[in-house]
Design a protein around this ligand. Sequence first.
Ligand code: UDP
Length: 323
Amino acid sequence: MKVLVVGGAGYIGSVCAELLLNEGHTVGIFDNLTEGHRRAVDSRAQFTEGDLADCDRIQSTLAAFQPEAVMHFAASALVGESMENPSKYFRNNIGHGLNLLDAMIATGRKQLVFSSTCAIFGPPERLPIDETLPPRPINPYGESKLAFEKILRWYGEIHGLRFVALRYFNAAGASENFGEEHRIETHLIPNVLKVALGLMPHVEIYGTDYDTPDGTCIRDYIHILDLAHAHILALKAPKSELYNLGTGGGSSVREVIECCRRVTGHKIPVVEKPRRAGDPPRLIAASEKIQRELGWRPQFQSLEAIIESAWKWRQKFPNGYGD
Ligand code: UDP
């Protein structure tokens, strides 16, 4: 297929673009390089530097490239930042996302895979989180993604858009060539690995008084390659759907740090800090629906394998993408 990967220079988008190319698809990448990196653009892809705020730019890119499907990863994605600057999240994730949808409709492009998030749920009534649980986001990031999912439904009904929204739990790990590198790093695993590389003196634990066995937050870490594979399956989905995407297992912040100690051999000092605003205590996915309907099977079930891949990439590129 011919696929336009919007946000294809970012962490998840770059690995999805790589996998699409490895499987013989033709890939265009559209990215404004504010969060993404030029070096994360696969050299086999056709690259357009552009911003979704610019309606003409995205429309002309779609008209010229004529993709059969679009994957949309371009968004602001930090829970903590969204609690300080909600406007950025509603503007980028809803307003600029609408520019993409309108440009797709104007150019007759009707298939979309959308990068959604478990943050749409907020603290759940029960675990694991399946698709029937009511979404109740507790931060503007989750709210913005939930709003966009609802918009997709209406674009489906009114314009015939076919979409699959994938609610990622915690994407982690790396491929051989592409990994997780944010200019301002707030994510747990890359921060812990920075300590192991000697780039930071210690890692901070945000909250040790949660109602969990060791007092720290529990997340469902899913390997980036498993996640990318789900996007490729989503291209073949027969109808519009929403799917949760995780492994069904959970690891606490302390367990992640302990696993990083084993993988890296570094002692990784920690400093305990108060809770970070907007963090639900436990998020664990039920992914039976995508397994049943699209045949998705995660290949990397262990946290160790995920962290090993992230560590391998970090050692190969200690300065990340260097920009
Ligand atoms: N976290 C932490 N120290 C860090 C970064 C994150 O204790 O340096 C915690 C964070 O509060 C959350 C978990 O690790 O409970 C996962 O956070 P991350 O930002 O990686 O992903 P999120 O779940 O927010 O999408």
